[in-house]
Design a protein around this ligand. Structure first.
Ligand code: 13P
Ligand code: SF4
Length: 335
């Protein structure tokens, strides 16, 4: 497909569908484009290994938001999902923000449609709205403070105890936070399709076969999984724990992309992906994995697909993100 046809089909396909010569050294080309265009490639840990290896920064949602807020690059290439690139755009209106595949969405963000959430919020006046960053700009604009899995506990603790709170969109993270902080937040009924797939029965059997293995779990997992976890944290926190801890074996209950960095940073340890409740590779996020090295290269070369946003929405969505960054800074979670 030529570039003109590819541009015309971007809204239908989500990406530039252009054939790339198989001999192209995509790693070298991406490095060239980074320099030529003063571009930074930010990647989430759930991206495929090649993308992680070519990224300038790999992180969890909190680290990525902070990096996006601080960068001097002219172009931010976001190897992650739509809400992450949208957050980068909210923080950088004058920079070009690219996402290799616009269809890289998020089941959790999709579980909170704007109009329904607005009606829910209106039904509960007097509540402060804390939203997990995995939500659309529309939901952010309806929120008072944004949080990520890396700072959620500190964010909730910064709110006076007698203040009623709505927590959206992840009911699993919300329930975990209620338990950790002793709050009784009203929870929106959303969830992540990847973190709800783990099988308690299979993990329990795996633990019996590997008695010394520690279970590392992301707080988006359901309560029965979290109950038996040895450590719960954001992707960055799970990685740091795995590197520092003195065990040799770990069962990892989050998206499999994180295993690449775990294996790189702790090469002598064994990391086993937690089994899902059926035989598919369901702990691969189908949204995150829509991005490929080819699409990353094409979006840098042709500067498309680009994230754009209406200014009033951007300003309304920015306020609760700024609040999150301020609280995280004050709590020493970011520099
Ligand atoms: P963190 O990046 O906060 O660990 O969250 C994981 C996730 O599901 C991102 O989509
Ligand atoms: Fe969304 Fe879950 Fe995929 Fe993260 S892993 S992007 S929360 S669907």
């Amino acid at each position: 497909m030529n570039i003109h046809t590819a541009i015309n089909t971007i809204s239908e396909k989500g990406f530039l569908d252009i054939d790339i010569d198989a001999t192209t050294d995509l790693f070298a080309e991406i490095e060239r484009l980074k320099k030529e265009k003063n571009a930074i490639v930010l990647a989430h840990y759930y991206q495929e290994p090649d993308i992680q290896d070519v990224a300038d920064y790999i992180g969890d949602s909190l680290g990525l938001a902070q990096k996006a807020a601080q960068t001097n690059a002219d172009m931010i290439v976001f190897a992650g999902v739509h809400f992450m690139a949208e957050t980068a755009k909210i923080l950088n209106p004058s920079k070009k923000v690219l996402l290799p595949d616009l269809k890289a969405g998020c089941s959790l963000a999709d579980s909170a449609p704007g109009p329904q959430f607005k009606a829910f919020k209106d039904k509960h006046p007097g509540h402060l709205v804390v939203s997990y960053i995995n939500c659309t700009a529309e939901i952010k604009a309806l929120s008072d403070i944004i949080c990520t899995s890396g700072n959620a506990e500190k964010i909730i603790e910064s709110i006076p105890e007698d203040q009623p709170i709505i927590f959206a969109p992840d009911k699993n993270l919300g329930a975990y936070l209620n338990k950790k902080t002793g709050r009784d937040m009203l929870l929106w009924n959303g969830a992540c399709m990847v973190h709800e797939i783990f099988s308690l029965e299979k993990i329990t059997k795996l633990k019996i076969r590997h008695p010394k293995a520690k279970l590392l779990a992301h707080p988006e997992c359901e309560e029965p999984i979290l109950r038996i976890a040895d450590y719960i944290g954001s992707t960055t926190q799970l990685l740091k724990f795995a590197v520092k801890d003195d065990s040799r074996e770990y069962i990892v209950a989050t998206e499999t992309g994180i295993l690449h960095q775990m294996q790189k940073d702790a090469p002598n340890k064994t990391f086993i992906p937690a089994p899902p409740n059926n035989s598919c590779a369901c702990n691969d996020c189908p949204h995150m994995k829509l991005n490929t090295l080819e699409k990353l290269y094409l979006c840098m070369e042709y500067e498309l697909p680009e994230i754009t946003m209406e200014e009033n929405l951007r300003l309304a969505a920015k306020k609760p993100i700024d609040r999150m960054l301020e609280i995280s800074k004050a709590a020493g979670l970011i520099g």
